[in-house]
Design a protein around this ligand. Structure first.
Ligand code: NIG
Ligand code: FE
Length: 425
C-alpha cells in the first residue's frame, strides 16, 4: 500500500507533540496548530505545521489529499489495556451484578474469568481471529490505531499460546497495530483450585519461557488482587518475566488496596493499571519511578466501583493514561466516546488531559512514545479527522462518535462518509 497522504486546512491540528510520557501539569498542553496540515510519506509523518508552510511537492500525484477544512485532526488513539481476544460472553453476569452480586462474589462461585476460560479453550484459532477482527473494526471506527491485547483466558499452555497467535495474525492482517501481553496469571483455573503456587510454577516455568522464546508477547501482566495473586506471588512471576526480557505491567489495586502500585514502582513496570484503591504512598511511588498510571473508568462504571483518583495522581506528577479494558466480564465496552465522558464528567480530568491520556500517554504505557501517540515528524502516520472543528467536541458530543476518518500509516482505513469502509493492510 502507498502510505502517502496530505491532510490539509485542519481548523485545529492537535499534535500532542512529544516523545515521552507527559506528567502532571504537562498533560494540559496539546500543542495545537491552527490551520494546520500533515504530510505522511511512506507511512511516516514528514511534515506537521501550518498550512501556509506546506512544502511544494514536485510530484503531487504521489499523494492522496484530504481537505480537513472545519475539522480537527489528532493523533490516532492508543488503547493500552484490553482483553479483546476471547470466546463466549457473560451477559448473565451483568444481570447478577444488577441484582447485587459483586464481581468477586461471582468469581468465588466459579463464574467470572474462569467461565470465559472454558469458552476460550473450546474456540479455534480461526474463531478467535474472526471475533477479534470484528472488535478491532469497531475500535478502529472510534479512532483507535494501536491496541494492547492480553492472553489470560486459557490458563493452560495451548490456549494461552493460541490467544497470542490470534493477535499476531490480526496484527498482520488488520490495520490496527496490536501490542501483545502475556497474562497467564489472570486467575487460578478450576483444575488448580487451592494450588495457586503450583499453578504459578507452571506458568512461570513452562509457559512464560515458551512465550519468550517464540517472541509471542512483549509485556507480561498479572492480576495482583486479594484472593487471586498476592504481591509476593506477583513479584516472583514478574521478576522472572523481566529476566526473560518482558516489559512489565500489572492489574494493581483494583478491588482491594494490596500495594500493587508500590510493586509496579519497585519493579520498574512500564504501567500500573486500574488503581481504583491505590494509596497516597502508592501514587507517589508511581510518580517517582515514572510508571504510567493507566486508568480504566469504563470498568469502574460497569462495576459501580468508585473511580480512580485521577486528579490526585496528576497533582502528584504522575503520567496518566486512559484505556477501555474491553473484556467479556467486568467491562464489555470499547467505547472511546463513553470513556471520554466518564473521564471528564466523573473523574474531573480536563478535556486536554483526557486527550493526552489517550494519545501520547497511551503510547508511553506501551513503551512506544518514540513512534506513535503524537503528530511529530518521523512518527508513524496514524491520525484521525473529526467531524467537528475542535477536539473539545469529543466529550461535549456526549457518548457519540465524533471520528470521521482514520488514517493508519498514511492510508485512509476508515471513512464514515464512505459507509465506514475499511481497507485491510
Ligand atoms: O481488567 N481484573 C481482571 N481482569 C479483567 C477482567 C476480566 C474478566 O472479567 O473477564 C479486568 O477487569
Ligand atoms: Fe484488565
Amino acid at each position: 500500500m502507498k502510505g502517502n497522504i496530505i491532510i490539509k486546512n485542519a481548523s485545529e491540528l492537535v499534535t500532542c507533540s512529544g516523545f515521552q510520557a507527559r506528567k502532571g501539569p504537562e498533560m494540559t498542553n496539546l500543542h495545537i496548530i491552527h490551520d494546520g496540515s500533515v504530510v505522511i510519506e511512506d507511512g511516516k509523518i514528514s511534515f506537521a505545521g501550518r498550512t501556509s508552510d506546506l512544502p511544494d511537492y514536485h510530484d503531487p500525484g504521489r499523494f492522496d489529499v484530504i481537505d480537513a477544512e472545519g475539522k480537527a485532526v489528532l493523533p490516532g488513539f492508543v488503547d493500552s489495556h484490553t482483553h479483546f481476544v476471547f470466546g463466549g460472553y457473560r451477559a448473565e453476569e451483568f444481570s447478577w451484578r444488577l441484582n447485587g452480586m459483586s464481581y468477586m462474589d461471582i468469581m468465588a462461585r466459579g463464574g467470572g474469568i474462569v467461565s470465559t476460560v472454558s469458552a476460550t479453550r473450546k474456540a479455534s484459532l480461526e474463531e478467535l481471529v474472526d471475533s477479534g477482527r470484528k472488535r478491532l473494526d469497531s475500535m478502529l471506527s472510534f479512532g483507535v490505531t494501536t491496541v494492547e491485547g492480553k492472553s489470560g483466558y486459557g490458563l493452560d499452555r495451548d490456549t494461552e499460546i493460541r490467544q497470542l497467535e490470534a493477535m499476531a495474525e490480526l496484527d498482520r492482517t488488520h490495520p490496527v497495530d496490536i501490542v501483545r501481553t502475556f497474562l497467564g496469571a489472570h486467575a487460578v483455573p478450576a483444575e488448580c483450585k487451592g494450588k495457586t503456587e503450583e499453578f504459578l510454577d507452571f506458568i512461570q516455568g513452562t509457559v512464560l519461557p515458551e512465550v519468550a522464546e517464540k517472541g509471542l508477547a512483549e509485556f507480561c501482566d498479572i492480576f495482583c488482587e486479594k484472593d487471586v495473586f498476592s504481591v509476593e506471588q506477583s513479584r516472583r512471576l514478574l521478576m522472572r518475566a523481566r529476566e526473560l526480557g518482558f516489559k512489565l505491567t500489572l492489574h494493581a489495586d483494583e478491588i482491594v488496596q494490596l500495594g500493587g502500585a508500590e510493586l509496579a514502582a519497585e519493579l520498574g513496570a512500564v504501567s500500573a493499571d486500574h488503581l481504583l484503591q491505590a494509596s497516597d504512598h502508592g501514587i507517589e511511588e508511581l510518580a517517582r519511578a515514572g510508571v504510567v498510571a493507566t486508568l480504566l473508568p469504563l470498568t469502574a462504571f460497569s462495576l459501580k466501583e468508585p473511580y480512580a483518583r485521577a486528579s490526585a495522581m496528576i497533582d502528584k506528577n504522575c503520567a496518566v493514561a486512559l484505556a477501555t479494558d474491553l473484556n467479556p466480564g467486568s467491562c464489555f465496552s470499547e467505547s472511546i466516546p463513553l470513556l471520554f465522558a466518564l473521564a471528564t464528567l466523573y473523574m474531573n480530568l480536563s478535556v486536554e488531559e483526557a486527550v493526552t491520556a489517550l494519545t501520547i500517554n497511551g503510547a508511553a504505557a506501551l513503551d512506544r512514545a518514540d513512534s506513535i501517540g503524537s503528530v511529530n515528524v518521523g512518527k508513524k502516520g496514524d491520525v484521525i479527522v473529526l467531524e467537528f472543528p475542535s477536539y473539545r467536541f469529543i466529550p461535549y458530543h456526549v457518548g457519540v462518535n465524533t471520528v470521521e476518518k482514520v488514517i493508519k500509516a498514511g492510508n485512509l482505513v476508515y471513512d464514515k462518509l464512505n459507509g465506514g469502509n475499511s481497507i485491510v493492510k
